[in-house]
Design a protein around this ligand. Structure first.
Ligand code: KG4
Ligand code: ZN
Length: 356
């Protein structure tokens, strides 16, 4: 099966062609330089940029795949949500038109499920699995009993882990998005586990709440009145040791909190064989190390996508779309975009032309 995948949920415009279990082209255009001037994603600008870039990226991806006019494409997969509504609409309108023109099915993919299924890029997920999805907008723990089945065990009640990283980085005057910079600085610092308490652990659930941590760091930064960083050029050596230590403590607090809730979820699902870690924050080196060691100690297979496939990409969308298509599903032509904060419904329809 050959699938054209499109991702436009936030600030990456991405297109991929998936053929027989691997991607033959895979393009990601990051809009970060444009949004970083504003310290965060500007939704209207993101939509316009997707509109400006998408057609050119599709043409290049098809060219690389040796199918310049889309000949041989069997399926178009596109991110349906959650994401920025205007940004999603650009990708969805394009995908529907392209599928109509080629006369092939279109499938609207849940972005969060696609992140987790990208663990398959590393090695096949052995089910039952537990999925820890840590991104800029979401922190979810999923029960994954079988391929393409997801049950939510825990979620964030306010800020997602990535959002906490980014807001704390902003307090420290680090470039946007700041998760990556906290990760880098933390490697040069020493964590003090007493500095910040791990948020929202005094309960027996698998949910998260990271907004209190952000406030605690804001108060700490104010008390210490750290010298402002000039980040016109991010330079590790120019940044003081106290900021590096602070980053190590923040990093550790977030990672330990994620780990504790994951332990709880595993107690609810002792049959799990694979621990999957995915989403933009899964690129965090400390998080990967801790989860990998924890999985080893617990006798679990640990999978995370390679760091360059943790962020938003269309390869994961085409790969997930193919999974559902191979089960005989497609989306109706009138499926809608689902903005952040709403659940993406599993309202696929049966593909009448599907042959096993
Ligand atoms: O999955 P993603 O690319 O977009 C969403 O779907 O939200 O995740 C982006 C998030 C941002 O918050 C970014 O700061 C964070 O992933 N991130 C990291 C690292 N690399 C990206 N957070 C911590 N450490 C990193 N190395
Ligand atoms: Zn994402």
């Amino acid at each position: 099966m050959i699938c054209l995948g499109i991702e436009t949920s936030c600030d990456e415009t991405s297109v991929a062609v998936w053929q027989d279990g691997r991607f033959v082209s895979d393009l990601v255009h990051s809009q970060i330089p444009m949004h970083s001037v504003f310290g965060g994603v500007v939704p209207e600008l993101a939509s316009r940029e997707h509109l400006r870039l998408l057609d050119g990226l599709v043409c290049s991806a098809l060219e690389t795949a040796g199918r310049p006019s889309g000949q041989g494409i069997d399926l178009v997969a596109v991110t349906r949500g959650p994401g920025l509504l205007g940004a999603l609409l650009v990708g969805i309108a394009y995908a529907k038109s392209f599928a109509l023109a080629l006369g092939v099915p279109v499938i609207g993919v849940n972005h969060l499920h696609a992140h987790l299924l990208a663990c398959d890029f590393t090695a096949p997920i052995e089910y039952p699995a537990l999925g820890v999805l840590v991104s800029g907008g979401h922190t979810h723990i999923y029960d994954m009993p079988r391929a393409c089945e997801f049950g939510l065990l825990g979620r964030t009640l306010d800020d997602a882990a990535g959002e906490a990283f980014d807001k704390i980085a902003k307090l420290l005057n680090l470039p946007y998005p700041g998760g990556k910079y906290i990760d880098i600085l933390a490697r040069h610092g020493t964590s003090d586990p007493r500095l910040f308490s791990k948020p929202y652990l005094h309960n027996d659930n698998c949910d998260f709440s990271f907004s209190g941590l952000k406030t605690a760091v804001a108060q700490y930064v104010q008390k210490k009145s750290f010298a402002a960083i000039d980040y016109s050029e991010f330079d590790v050596d120019a940044i003081g040791q106290e900021i590096k230590d602070l980053c190590a403590s923040v990093n550790d607090t977030i990672v330990e909190t994620l780990l504790e809730k994951t332990r709880r979820a595993l107690r609810l699902r002792p049959e799990v064989r694979t621990l999957c870690l995915a989403g933009g924050v899964a690129a965090n080196s400390h998080l990967r190390r801790k989860f990998s060691a924890f999985a080893d100690d617990s006798g679990l297979k640990f999978l995370a996508p390679a760091q360059n496939y943790c962020g938003d990409n269309a390869a994961m969308i085409s790969h997930a779309g193919v999974k559902w298509a191979q089960k005989g599903f497609m989306s109706p032509m009138d499926f809608e975009a689902v903005p952040r904060g709403r659940n993406v419904p599993d309202d696929f329809i049966v593909n009448p032309l599907f042959k096993e």
